[in-house]
Design a protein around this ligand. Structure first.
Ligand SMILES: N[C@@H](CCC(=O)N[C@@H](CS)C(=O)NCC(=O)O)C(=O)O
Length: 208
């Protein structure tokens, strides 16, 4: 399988999932500015022009990060990163994964590239403050639900954690101080010390 990714982008989540599952995989970096890969136009791989995209075993391309992670966990089918079909843990993990995709990931997106969207610095700052406040509310909720648990699902690290961790790494680029939520801060440290997370981050050149 081959994952099309951009260093540190949301594609880090399925990358972590593959590493956690000890899968054999290839990686190809995408230039998101001009939508190219070494062989040319990335839109020939993914018409949407975004990462991640996964070339599956059968050669087809799968897009949408949350679904790629679900596919990878089911491909391995050992119930570790996503509980098996028919269990309530599976729906709870998918509930978290969808929350991360729609309420966390997509509320970060306007914080990147605000300068390209609006000419006036005042408007840029208003938009940034608006989305930072939205994220603050989501982080308050996350901190309460996480409590003293190790991971979103309790003791088990799942596809939802791989995704949440990835998004929370962006706080440092947009000026959100994670020390405001001590358990989320500890959670980030805990996840960042997992060998598979270190492997994936090294492969993306994010750490040495
Ligand atoms: N709906 C897609 C969105 C993925 C997405 O937002 N990818 C970002 C990186 S985190 C991207 O490629 N942005 C560049 C662009 O859309 O041009 C998914 O959930 O996988």
């Amino acid at each position: 399988m081959k994952l099309y990714y951009s260093p540190g982008a949301c594609s880090l989540a399925p990358h972590i999932v593959m590493a956690e599952l000890n899968m054999v995989y290839e990686l190809e970096s995408v230039n998101l500015t001009n939508k190219t890969i070494t062989s040319g136009d990335y839109k020939h791989i993914n018409m949407k022009g975004c990462v991640p995209a996964l070339k599956m075993e059968n050669g087809e391309i799968l897009t949408e990060g949350a679904i790629i992670s679900q596919y990878l966990a089911d491909y391995k089918n050992d119930g570790t990163m996503l509980a098996k079909f028919g269990t309530s843990d599976r729906f709870r993990t998918l509930e978290w994964t969808n929350f991360v995709a729609t309420e966390i990931h997509k509320n970060f997106s306007p914080l990147f590239g605000t300068e390209k969207m609006f000419k006036s610095t005042e408007t840029q700052n208003d938009v940034k403050n608006f989305y930072k406040n939205v994220l603050t509310d989501k982080f308050n909720f996350l901190a309460e639900k996480l409590g003293q648990n190790n991971y979103l699902m309790g003791n088990d690290f799942t596809i939802a954690d791989a995704y949440l961790f990835t998004c929370l790494t962006w706080t440092k680029y947009v000026g959100i101080d994670m020390t405001l939520w001590s358990n989320l801060n500890t959670y980030m440290k805990r996840v960042s010390e997992r060998p598979a997370v270190i492997k994936a981050m090294k492969e993306e050149g994010l750490i040495k």
